[in-house]
Design a protein around this ligand. Structure first.
Ligand SMILES: [Zn+2]
Length: 324
């Protein structure tokens, strides 16, 4: 059982988590509702500061609290998730020195947004990014590329620069020296989610972030560093919505996540999520999360791609057989 499992347990039990400091989480008291209930993550015992409360003079153990709600930190809808085998530490992190090129696409002056580059805003709008998204994620522009900064805590650790001229050799540019595969976009927010939906593209992830808990791993494979990050977080299920051609990579990522106590499922999607009806994608993500929790099924195939591919392969094979 990991710390994050226990913290998630307090969330799921409905007591809320007001603060986590060192080895203690502060929540609302399960017995009296008072906001100064402290639970020690090493000793696994709680204590209510209200003198009249039962949990003041009889400090409850984790088992007491489990009994109270009828489930424990490892139980999810009848399924047990145990990450006690995960003892790997975060990989050692060298925070690269990254400077974000360009200037803000939209700048706030005296609380009012000023659009510097309307054409860039139009491009982003076509990709379903709102003005608020542009401000919130601090997008910048240097005359050639629009940049999305990647932060880990206070540190700028990378950026994704998309060429808007269509003349550059590289469509996407990352910060020199940054290990792109070691980060997950907007991780400080994602790590507290229960569900994480991963897409390949940064713009797509921002555009869906207001609807579902969506981020990007910057491509179509999950590195060990990213898997450890996820397994140490509060995230229970991961839905992977990469391009259909990444079948094998997605399957590998799902298996690795399972090995680390994280339930996962991927969907076979022709092309990228933004090629399709957005409501359908939201629905597919939802289905992935449900499947991840309830079965050993590793993927869903809303377009029947796996079957048609198989049939195509079979046809090809038969052609060859006939010829030879
Ligand atoms: Zn109490």
């Amino acid at each position: 059982m990991t710390r994050s499992n226990i913290i998630a347990f307090f969330h799921r039990a409905g007591w809320g988590v007001n603060a986590v400091e060192n080895d203690e989480i502060q929540t609302n008291c399960p017995e009296c509702g008072y906001g100064n209930f402290y639970f020690n993550l090493s000793k696994l015992v709680g204590f209510c500061h209200k003198a009249k409360c039962k949990y003041h003079y009889t400090p409850p153990t984790l088992e007491d609290l489990e009994e109270r709600v009828g489930f424990g930190p490892n139980d999810f809808g009848g399924y047990r998730i145990d990450r006690s085998g995960v003892d790997e530490d975060y990989p050692p992190r060298n925070f690269p020195t990254v400077e974000l090129p360009g200037v803000p696409v939209i700048e706030m002056i005296g609380g009012i947004p000023h659009t510097r580059y309307p054409a860039v805003v139009d491009y982003l709008r076509n990709r379903h990014l709102s003005q608020q998204d542009i401000i919130r994620f601090k997008l910048s522009y240097d005359g050639t590329r629009v940049y999305v900064p990647v932060y880990q805590g206070e540190n700028l650790v990378n950026y994704v620069g998309r060429d808007l001229t269509n003349k550059e050799k590289k469509k996407y540019l990352y910060s020199p020296g940054a290990k792109t595969s070691e980060w997950i976009f907007g991780w400080d927010e994602c790590k507290d989610w229960e569900r994480l939906t991963l897409v390949e593209n940064t713009f797509v992830s921002i555009s869906f972030r207001n609807r579902i808990q969506c981020s990007t791993n910057f491509g179509s494979s999950l590195s060990d560093a990213q898997i450890i990050m996820i397994s140490k977080s509060d995230i229970i299920t991961v839905a992977i919505l990469w391009d259909e051609n990444t079948h094998r990579a997605a399957n590998k990522a799902v298996r690795k996540l399972y090995d680390h106590g994280v339930r996962a499922c991927y969907a076979l999607i022709p092309g990228q999520p933004d090629d399709h009806d957005r409501e359908k994608i939201v629905e597919i993500a939802e289905r992935c999360h449900q499947e991840a929790l309830k079965s050993e099924k590793k993927f869903i195939d809303p377009w029947g791609i796996a079957r048609s591919k198989y049939q195509q392969d079979r046809k090809e094979r038969m052609k060859v057989e006939r010829r030879t």
